[in-house]
Ligand binder design. Structure first.
Ligand SMILES: NC(=O)C1=CN([C@@H]2O[C@H](COP(=O)(O)OP(=O)(O)OC[C@H]3O[C@@H](n4cnc5c(N)ncnc54)[C@H](O)[C@@H]3O)[C@@H](O)[C@H]2O)C=CC1
Length: 486
């Protein structure tokens, strides 16, 4: 028995489901068939206010607990998520269209990893003792920020909710989370699980809606920090709005990341990396290596073998465990991707395989590979966020580094080579936050994740995230008399 797709109500506020059906209707569509699977409503100002007030009250109590006590709740939530992985994965597949083969290993499980990791870290979030001249000393206290707003994208809804909530709650903050309007279902389950694990009512609240709900959440004076996963244009707006209130931010934004395949690389591994970095989640991954620079001497071999490997993709019912390639998340995103494919063709790129909408109900598109792509083409410059791989030729190491860096983005970068000195030398020069050598798109919770340049501010995951969900108070303690000039 899996979860019904229609939740009890649209929002989760102060420990329970909440509805206000005067909000704008928000239909939820299963992208594999185009069927409506739930009907929600956007949050009204009343719902938003209730969520922020509940978070404010809960945060004060939560921050009084020791880190050990807070961590215990998060670790219990991680265990519950793992026990319910099947049901959570089916729901995530219905919400996003991503195959169960993926959701069962990369969504609730990744969320549980974050809850477990930050739950374990919570008790160790201590300050420092600083000895000073004359017997004076100082100490520091790592304090929570207060109520944090989390705003999510549609590609990894459970993972995004947990990657934001886990470090925020571990540090003693509360959260109001707004999922993407395209995938509103699974964050409600994260809220339910946190309450069941013993979190106080109001600690983690979910409000639904589009940018019109996100914007007042960001500017509300009771919100101390905003963590957004989304596109660069939205990031610019949210960052600017948060700056007005001098709020802390984490921005996990888009990219146009390079993957460089040298002539000494293992061809099979490089193709696996390019598949993971372009077709996993139907290409809807922010860190994807969508500009695949392949050394000219191996380009044709690379393309021929890639076309062969793509024939093994199992495109079909996302709930069937054998399916390895699902639909796009929505008709709107599908149309954007088809537009980029047309631009690729009209600007002279060579279509090697795919390029078409698949003729059946739902949002289906073929895995698509372009070759002979040049740096100035639209498909080499703009984030597509779909299953479209572009192969660009190169011959020289310095040349490929310069071209790889010639982008406003800087989320990820990858290098395939058997020459390890070269691997490290090249990665050292690539302008990106999350990099890979002979691999692509791994994102374990122990490792910092985030971008440089236009791709973001701050880091998620790892100990680095703690700095972004807490602030340091320093206390100077004088042991002798206080001397003043007069
Ligand atoms: N760096 C990262 O960690 C990741 C980045 N992304 C990026 O996300 C994008 C795709 O996701 P989308 O949901 O289409 O992005 P989007 O930028 O359209 O929306 C992201 C979220 O922001 C909200 N929003 C929109 N306008 C807002 C405003 N003015 N104020 C407050 N909130 C607002 C949306 O409702 C949604 O919840 C891609 O560009 C992708 O690269 C996606 C996943 C991970």
């Amino acid at each position: 028995m899996t979860y019904p797709t229609q939740p009890e109500a649209s929002h989760f506020v102060n420990g329970q489901y909440m509805e206000d059906d005067t909000g704008t209707p928000l239909p939820v569509i299963y992208p594999a068939t185009g069927e409506k699977i739930a009907q929600l409503h956007e949050a009204t100002p009343k719902v938003l206010d209730a969520a922020i007030s509940a978070a404010e009250a809960a945060q004060k109590e939560w921050a009084k607990l020791s880190g050990m006590e807070r961590g215990r709740v998060l670790r219990r939530a991680a265990d519950i998520m793992r026990e319910r992985n099947h049901d959570l994965s089916v729901l995530e597949t219905m919400d996003t269209g991503k195959p169960y083969q993926e959701t069962s290993v990369a969504d609730a499980t990744s969320g549980a990893d974050a809850l477990e990791y930050f739950g374990g870290l919570a008790a160790s979030l201590t300050g420092e003792h600083i000895p000073l001249p004359g017997g004076d000393w100082a100490y520091t206290i790592r304090e929570p920020l207060g109520v944090c707003a989390g705003i999510g994208a549609w590609n990894y809804p459970t993972q995004i909710a947990c990657w934001k909530a886990a470090p925020a709650l571990a540090c003693g903050n509360a959260m109001v989370f707004k999922p993407s309007e395209t995938t509103p279902l699974s964050a409600l389950k994260v809220a339910e699980i946190l309450m069941e694990a013993g979190a106080p009512a109001g600690l983690f609240n979910v409000v639904q809606g589009k940018g019109g709900v996100g914007a007042p959440l960001v500017t509300d004076p009771r919100i101390a920090k905003v963590s957004l996963t989304g596109s660069v244009p939205t990031g610019r707006k949210v960052y600017a709005a948060a700056a007005e209130g001098m709020k802390h931010v984490t921005m996990e934004l888009g990219g146009k990341s390079p993957m460089v395949v040298f002539d000494d690389a293992s061809l099979e591994d490089a193709i696996s990396g390019a598949i993971l970095g372009n077709f996993y989640s139907t290409g809807q991954v922010c860190s994807n290596g969508t500009r695949v620079f392949v050394h000219k001497s191996i380009k044709e071999a690379f393309l021929a073998r890639m076309a062969e490997r793509l024939k093994d993709a199992v495109i079909g019912d996302p709930l069937d465990e054998a399916t390895s390639f699902g639909p796009m998340v929505s008709e709107a995103q599908l149309q954007i991707v088809l537009g980029f494919i047309e631009a690729g063709k009209s600007e002279g790129a060579r279509l090697v395989t795919g390029g078409n909408r698949i003729d059946k109900p739902g949002c289906w598109i073929e895995p698509t590979v372009f070759a002979d792509v040049t740096d100035d083409m639209t498909i080499a410059r703009e984030e597509i966020f779909g299953p479209v791989l572009s192969v660009l030729d190169f011959e020289d190491e310095d040349e490929v580094i310069a071209r790889a860096n010639a982008t406003p983005y800087g989320l990820s970068a990858g290098v395939y080579t058997r020459d390890l000195q070269r691997g490290h030398r090249v990665i050292g020069q690539l302008q990106a936050g999350s990099c890979f050598i002979n691999s692509y798109n791994d994102a374990p919770v122990e490792v910092p994740f985030g971008g440089v340049k236009a791709s973001g501010v701050g880091r998620e995951n790892s100990k680095e995230a703690i700095a972004h969900y807490s602030q340091v108070k320093s206390v100077y303690v004088r042991m002798g008399e206080t001397e003043a000039p007069f």
